[in-house]
Design a protein around this ligand. Structure first.
Ligand code: NAP
Length: 309
């Protein structure tokens, strides 16, 4: 029923750095805005132990504290944040309907900042042993592996950074990468190479995670020789990139081949009045600093769009 629909000029979906920054800007500009987040604010940043490349924090800052500060700042300007998962969207230039598990909202403009989630390997044993040795978050689970052996899968910034973090606790960290060169930035590579507890296993992919009650080993395949071998470990940490949370707009907005939302430089998507910011966007660099900049741009563009109506 139309009367039950909650109306706002702008709805932001997602409370990571992009969504919260957009919220901070529009709330400060006194727009009629609501931010919807399915869980608690934070997003991927909460999985990061220490953020050391976000400007303004020369000593580094924990992901949790950074998000908490951004949230406090946004709420100081009156941003309303509701825990409510968006299940579908219906978008037209005249009317944008946001449906959650228990409500409907209507907005004139929308900013999508729903981020991305950790990609799975899709191999035998992965699902069965998730939470029993298979993990996608070193910050959450790393301390459980004190003096144990763990495998880290991936060769990007996340895998290398998290391998360095895990080396604080584990007896040995095997970094397993499908090529013979890391994708991670040089500074992280150098640090990982200097860490004695980290051992690199190159040109290798996992094919099966072994264990009944918990992880006992990972079966690996050398991609050059096809040689199969088992590596005894008690933990397998998977960091092979992210999949965007773009399912709700799959058949509505233009997405790139990996499912990330295409926008122009002003964060405008293929649908007028719908903007996207942060990790859900198709772009070169996924960082907190880029998410924050995009959140601010999306907020400004949304404000301009609302003025034009
Ligand atoms: P990523 O850069 O996409 O790297 C994914 C890694 O996983 C790559 O090394 C890739 O191998 C490997 N991989 C992908 N699919 C695989 C599969 N099925 N089996 C085995 N290996 C697989 O992802 P990310 O490291 O999570 O980083 C995501 C974004 O966040 C990046 O933009 C990154 O710069 C940023 N980030 C930055 C920091 C920082 O600045 N400190 C920290 C974390 C993340 P190939 O290399 O062969 O493709």
């Amino acid at each position: 029923m139309e009367a039950d629909i909650i109306k706002r000029d702008l709805i932001i979906v997602g409370a990571g750095p992009a969504g919260l920054t957009a919220g901070l800007y529009v709330a400060r500009a006194k727009l009629d805005v609501l931010l919807l987040e399915k869980l608690a604010p934070g997003g991927q940043v909460l999985l990061t132990d220490m953020v050391e490349n976000y400007p303004g924090f020369p000593e580094g800052i924990s992901g949790f504290e950074l998000i908490d500060r951004i949230k406090q700042q946004a709420e100081k300007f009156g941003l309303e944040i509701l825990a409510n998962e968006v299940t579908s969207l219906s978008l037209s230039p005249e009317k944008k309907l946001v449906t959650t598990s228990n409500r409907q909202y209507m907005a004139k403009a929308i900013i999508l900042a729903c981020g991305a989630f950790a990609r799975k390997l899709g191999i035998e044993g992965e699902e069965l042993l998730t939470g029993k040795g298979v993990s996608y978050c070193a910050t959450c689970d790393g301390p459980f592996y004190r003096n144990l052996d763990v495998a880290v899968i991936g060769g990007g910034d996340t895998a290398v950074q998290e391998a360095i973090f895990l080396a604080k606790f584990a007896n040995r960290v095997y970094l397993i990468h499908r090529r013979d060169k890391l994708r991670a930035t040089k500074i992280l590579q150098d640090r990982a190479m200097a860490e004695k507890k980290i051992e690199f296993i190159w040109d290798t992919v996992p094919v099966r995670i072994i264990g009944e009650e918990s992880v006992e080993a990972v079966e690996l395949r050398n991609v050059r020789t096809d040689n199969l071998f088992q590596l005894p470990v008690q933990g397998v940490f998977v960091f092979i990139g992210y999949t965007p949370n773009s399912n709700i707009v799959k058949n509505i907005l233009c997405l790139d081949k990996n499912g990330f939302i295409e926008t122009d430089n002003d964060m405008q998507t293929s649908e007028p009045g719908v903007f996207a910011a942060g990790d859900i966007r198709s772009k070169l660099l996924r960082q907190i600093s880029t998410a924050v900049g995009e959140g601010a741009t999306a907020a400004f563009a949304a404000e301009r769009y609302l003025d034009s109506l």
